[in-house]
Design a protein around this ligand. Structure first.
Ligand SMILES: [Zn+2]
Length: 234
């Protein structure tokens, strides 16, 4: 299968679904990660241009640890708007290029505006990408793709209906997360937050809910015709 994970910032996919993506690679799927935003405002000291480049490299490195392709729409932080046709078209182009069997993205109830905007952009783009006369930089069309929403940050206001056991891939997920040095080190030094521990705790909590050691949690996007009868998640 072709799997596409569309996160907002360069570390969001690692936080919420990397254990699942590693399992997808292990079962033979081709996995692509797309970041809509470039993460350029994600630090109080490093300037935007430098941080944009750093974070692109961090994301590529994280993907390379798991055999995952990484692409970006390169939109500035806090500049992601679901009302932007230009941004919707960038997401359409990624979908048409990848031709995914399913997409993982943020839930519409996540905690910050760029995440919520990405969720809506993906919802809108999956429909637009299926219309051949909707013209963007990438010609052609993609089927209306099933979407799974990944967990909200810290699991707040998210009731999962599907789980993926990531007990065997948690270690790789954390390795991938640690590639995002600009974020991990800053939070440890400045905010006294160990984000690896944070993410591990969330995975343990979701694991408790489904009788696994560690898990990641999802809900399907309930919209016609995105629902199918077979399980797509690993
Ligand atoms: Zn984010």
């Amino acid at each position: 299968m072709n799997v596409l994970a569309i996160g907002c910032h360069p570390d969001d996919v690692e936080v919420n679904c990397a254990g699942t993506l590693v399992k997808c690679v292990q079962r033979g799927d081709k996995v692509t990660v797309c970041h809509v935003a470039n993460g350029n405002l994600g630090h109080e000291l490093i300037n935007e241009d430098e941080l944009r480049e750093m974070r692109a490299l961090e994301a590529k490195k994280a993907g390379s640890l798991a055999g995952i392709d990484v692409v970006t729409c390169d939109v500035g932080d806090l500049m992601v708007y679901d009302s932007s046709k230009a941004q919707r078209d960038l997401v359409v182009d990624v979908i048409r290029s990848v031709q995914p069997d399913f997409i993982i993205t943020h839930s519409p109830t996540d905690y910050m505006p760029d995440h919520v905007a990405v969720s809506k952009l993906v919802f809108d783009a999956t429909f637009a990408a299926s219309v051949p006369h909707y013209r963007t930089a990438v010609p052609g069309k993609a089927p209306v793709t099933p979407i799974y929403y990944m967990d909200n940050l810290a699991g707040v206001n998210f009731i999962p209906t599907e789980y993926v056991d990531i007990s065997d891939t948690l270690e790789k997920k954390i390795e991938m997360l640690e590639c995002h040095v600009s974020q991990m080190k800053w939070m440890r030094d400045h905010d006294n937050i160990d984000f690896a521990e944070f993410v591990t705790t969330c995975a343990r909590f979701r694991g408790l809910q489904c009788n696994a050691k560690y898990a990641e949690a999802y809900t399907p996007c309930l919209a016609w015709p995105k629902l199918i009868t077979k399980r797509l998640l690993p």
